[in-house]
Design a binder for this molecule. Sequence first.
Ligand code: PMP
Length: 390
Amino acid sequence: MVFNSWLTERIHQIKDQNLYRELTVMTSGPAPKVTINSQNQLVFSSNNYLGLAADERIIAASRSAAKVMGIGSSGSRLTTGSNIWHQRLEEKIASFKQTEAALLFSSGYLANIGVLSSLAEKGDVILSDELNHASIIDGCRLSKAKTVIYKHVHLKDLETKLKETQKFNKRFVVTDGVFSMDGNIAPLDQIISLAKAYNAFVIVDDAHGTGVLGANGRGICEYFGVQPDVLIGTLSKALGAEGGFVAGSYILKNFLLNHARSFIFQTALPPCICAASVKAFSIIEEDKRRRESLVAKSTFIRTRLRELGYEVKGTVTPIIPIIIGGTKEALNFSKRLRQYGIFAPAIRPPTVQEGESRIRLTVTAEHSYEDINQLIEAFKLLSTNDEVTK
Ligand code: PMP
């Protein structure tokens, strides 16, 4: 078999299924208004929820750390890569999340696979929500424990599965806090009560809740007033930076530091990114307005799009999925949005289930109501245009 012809054949297969993906190159920093292929576009699909990714104060914090510490950390945390900025950021995360300790990973993806593959051992079981993020799925795959999938946010099904798995050694329930493609919030208070009743541990991925949910933006735990056994997060969304973390007890930190392979064998995060993240947390702590404007804007968009007849998912989060259905139709819809100056890529399987391809809109604190009205206008024009869904 010729290597390239095998690859070409596989590419043809995904093209035939409308599942081919390609890169879109931006020529300016993260902001609502960007230029793509010389066209002005309004981005309505970024995870830069609070608009902090290009904040001058954060850039300045990052620059001054880079001047002193350099760019790369040049080693794993357990060898030569650990520095004062990792320590400061871990302390900041622990105080923000109100836990004893925190441990940084190089991404949220690596935090999820590190946690699941090290905590859940042979003879254990992981109960995982069917719509959990791919990094949780991959963490389950890497773990030697058995994985049982429960229906999406379905407490009855979770309880049935907790009852059926009593013979396993340790049991873990793992869930996204905010579901990344549906924009809904897991009923974490009830999940924790249920898990406690059946002697199971709870792991929560608060990637999309951190900085967004709760009176002070502390995330899903503040929103419900609860604390799981393990809380995972990312710095790559509302914080506008890069990197992942686990927040919990000292002993959990110590365990992961000694067992999580994606921590042990990964070069430590760049110190300038850590300095940027410390600053981002401080801004979130001081500035409520960004968070409050997000709720108002996402509610406004949801209401208007529902009035136009669109199937809109989710609740108060900045993730606003519009269900289109087929892969081809979703691609077409996204293409047409671009003609109206709106950049929001189609989300297709395997990211979402078959027949549920969608436009995953997100709104950020930086979008003005003028931007939002342009978005609504585009959807209005497309709702009356049959060509779009063909
Ligand atoms: N968990 C969820 C729910 C996510 O949406 C993502 C990112 N798409 C991740 C984890 C991974 O985080 P990171 O981008 O920091 O690797």
